[in-house]
Design a protein around this ligand. Structure first.
Ligand SMILES: *Cc1c(COP(=O)(O)O)cnc(C)c1O
Length: 387
């Protein structure tokens, strides 16, 4: 959602080079929608989606909790005002000394997906609460998460039994149905799988109390997506179908759904050219590409809406590429993108719904291009962040 405040900021400040502008009032609205749709569920913002300090501080002030993947992200959440009891260390792949540092900072909730990780936590964070991540197939997601995280349900039973034996609090399970998940039924199978593990452990007198439903809540790109309330209703139905009236506590970990539509990238057309006199396709080169923050265009997975100053006229298919000297730096080629025929070198475009997974994916200075700067508008004051 490109708000008037973002348009005004770009018109007045005229920042040079590509940049991301985030409107905090959209983040606030997204949090409120999630909180209304999931009133009895803990909301843990996935910090990696966009860790701008203003976003974290706003969410902390609204009572949000934080899902983190590293000591640095834990420190960012603490600096934003979150207390350690509102932080989970949700990465299943942690160095033992980072677990020790998280424990020293007061974090008491950890993700695992194998016995080896449980052993590290038992040594470095004795008595901590641990939840085991189970595999999902990621079907229906536009940015699926592979087999990298999670274990089979049979193994989850062993993992949590081991945690219990080693003096940890084996508190529950987690899964992630894949990012930008537009199939409301995706949660049903995962909740059903989770229920089997709850029963198997209950038979061993280990009573789990928490189910972490992960992220996957979408941002509207080009196609419409179901409303937040539709997700809440589908998930509630899945919980009741599988757990009856013995419902565990629940957590969600929205990343994209919290910040995706709160940000817009301003970019400039550097070059428009063709490969031969006969070739129809125009190549449009922008001053941002895969290495400048648009990594999720990999395999053309995420297709962002693009606004030009010449919208409304006749369009033709274009290949859209970035400015670096890496030939992988092409965003849309297999499925070309319709842009106005009147588009000119030097035109400024808006790549919309880019608040999530952009600034964090920008390379440090590939070919000398600086990492994507973020500007924050809305909230109390307009503040520019250093690049
Ligand atoms: C990235 C991540 C999320 C956020 O996923 P979205 O699809 O952006 O909501 C949630 N949980 C974990 C463990 C993650 O790694």
């Amino acid at each position: 959602m490109t708000t008037q405040r973002i348009i005004d900021f770009l018109a007045n400040e005229r920042p040079d080079g590509p940049c991301l502008v985030v409107d905090l009032d959209v983040v606030r609205r997204n949090f409120q929608h999630l909180a209304e749709a999931f009133p009895a569920t803990g909301i843990y913002y996935a910090v990696k989606a966009n860790p701008a300090p203003e976003i974290l501080a706003l969410l902390a002030s609204l009572g949000c909790c934080f899902d983190t993947a590293s000591v640095a992200e834990i420190e960012m959440a603490l600096a934003a005002g979150a207390t350690p009891d509102r932080i989970s260390y949700g990465n299943t792949i942690k160095k033992e000394r980072d677990i020790a540092r998280a424990h020293a900072l007061g974090v008491g909730l950890y993700a695992v997906d194998c016995v080896e990780e449980v052993e590290k936590i038992a040594r470095q964070a004795p008595g901590a609460r641990v939840f085991c991540r189970i595999l999902t197939d990621g079907e229906g997601a536009e940015w699926p998460l592979s087999r990298k995280f999670g274990c089979h349900t049979d193994m989850a039973v062993d993992v949590l039994e081991c945690a219990h034996r080693l003096g940890l609090n084996a508190c529950g399970l987690s899964f992630h149905v894949g990012s930008q998940q537009c199939d409301l039924m995706a949660w049903d199978k995962a909740v059903g799988d989770a229920k089997k593990v709850f029963v198997a452990l209950g038979d061993k007198n280990i009573n789990l109390s928490m189910l972490n439903l992960g992220g996957g809540f979408p941002t509207r790109y080009i196609k419409d997506v179901p409303a937040t309330m539709a997700y809440a209703e589908a998930i509630q139905a899945a919980m009741t179908r599988h757990f009856g009236n013995r419902l565990p506590a629940t957590i969600i970990e929205p990343g994209r759904g919290m910040v995706g539509d709160a940000g817009v990238i301003k970019t400039e057309v550097v070059l428009i050219s063709r490969k031969s006199a006969e070739d129809e396709a125009r190549w449009v080169y922008l001053d941002i590409g895969k290495f400048g923050g648009l990594a999720e265009t990999m395999d053309e997975a995420i297709r962002y809406p693009i606004r030009t100053p010449r919208d409304g006229g006749e369009t033709a298919p274009c290949v859209i590429a970035g400015p670096t000297c890496d030939s992988a730096d092409v965003m849309y080629e297999k499925t070309p993108y319709a842009l106005p025929l009147s588009l000119q070198i030097g035109d400024e475009l808006l790549i919309e719904a880019t608040g999530a997974y952009t600034s964090t994916y920008a390379s440090v200075a590939f070919n000398g291009f600086v990492p994507l700067p973020t500007y924050i508008v809305g909230g109390e004051s307009d503040a520019a962040l250093a690049a």
